[in-house]
Design a protein around this ligand. Structure first.
Ligand SMILES: NC(=O)c1ccc[n+]([C@@H]2O[C@H](COP(=O)([O-])OP(=O)(O)OC[C@H]3O[C@@H](n4cnc5c(N)ncnc54)[C@H](OP(=O)(O)O)[C@@H]3O)[C@@H](O)[C@H]2O)c1
Length: 259
């Protein structure tokens, strides 16, 4: 995810490589990144990164946040703006480990080509200019959605988990098509992906909402309407189960984090 953000910010022109200092646990993994972006600075360790930075991005897994922040005690300056992208690691949790000025962001892989949504929530004490800077940075690769932290878990399903969910849903859709036809799998996959792309464009740029698009396609008494009846009967319970599973996992990780 850190790689996607760095590539995205540089491609969007909101950062130049020389603005960016990176450190990671396995430094050899920085070699291709540094080769792709001449001028980008690879620091030897996290403390050196933190000591040189005015904005610090934490892009490690939720379970690794505590160890990383503890290792940075004394290296994060009071005015440094810390941006964490870790799921489940709430502002209160971050502040208990190392008091500071935090913003939480949940990016999405959908932003790899400049789309998707970044969820954002600023903690208390982040100056308006720093809020605005980070919002504009993420706005250069995605749409920024400010959300209260309590809605981050459900919001993450809708934006950050969603690329995986959408791929899983449409794979099942395609496989049903295969079970009911002689279409070759590679043709069916392409047919569904192109349809998904066209549908997303209609929704995103064509000014149509979900209801409008359904009404346009599912004409009264037609074939689509029959399929819609099945979807409307089956999907609410299925998606409630998905949210129950993911929200349950969020709660479990938060319990583990707060130890
Ligand atoms: N993937 C997504 O779609 C997505 C979406 C939204 C939010 N997030 C959040 O983004 C965060 C990162 O996820 P990811 O998918 O990018 O995971 P990832 O590919 O495993 O990346 C985590 C990186 O952190 C490095 N790391 C671990 N411990 C470190 C330490 N002590 N010091 C410096 N670097 C350290 C790892 O190094 P090694 O290479 O040595 O393991 C790895 O490069 C997670 O907190 C996740 O909740 C992810």
């Amino acid at each position: 995810m850190a790689r996607m953000l760095i590539d995205g910010f540089i491609a969007a022109g909101t950062c130049v490589p020389a603005d960016i200092i990176v450190s990671t646990r396995s430094p050899e993994k920085l070699i291709p990144l540094a080769a792709r972006h001449p001028g980008l600075i690879a620091a030897e360790d996290n403390r050196r990164t933190a000591l040189s930075a005015t904005r610090l991005f934490l892009c490690v897994k939720p379970m690794e946040i505590k160890g990383v922040l503890e290792g940075l005690r004394g290296a994060i300056r009071p005015q440094t703006h810390v941006v964490s992208i870790a799921a489940c690691a709430e502002l209160g949790y971050l502040n208990r480990i190392a008091p500071g000025r935090y913003t939480r962001v949940i990016p999405s892989l959908a932003s790899a080509l400049g789309g998707g949504v970044s969820l954002m929530c600023h903690g208390p004490g982040v100056p308006p200019a720093d809020c605005a800077f980070v919002e504009s940075l993420f706005a250069s690769i995605s749409r920024v959605q400010l959300l209260p932290e309590k809605d981050f878990a459900a919001g993450s399903d809708l934006t950050s988990c969603a690329p995986g969910f959408i791929a899983a849903i449409f794979r099942q859709f395609m496989e049903a098509g295969l079970r009911h036809s002689d279409i070759r799998p590679q043709d069916a996959e392409r047919m569904v992906i192109e349809t998904l792309y066209g549908t997303a464009r209609l929704l995103a740029r064509g000014g149509l909402g979900f209801g409008d698009l359904i009404a346009n396609v599912a004409t009264k008494g037609g074939i689509t309407e029959e399929g819609m009846r099945c979807l409307e009967a089956e999907l609410p319970a299925l998606f409630d189960n998905v949210f129950a599973a993911t929200l349950g996992k969020h709660e479990m990780v938060k319990r583990i984090l707060s130890g």
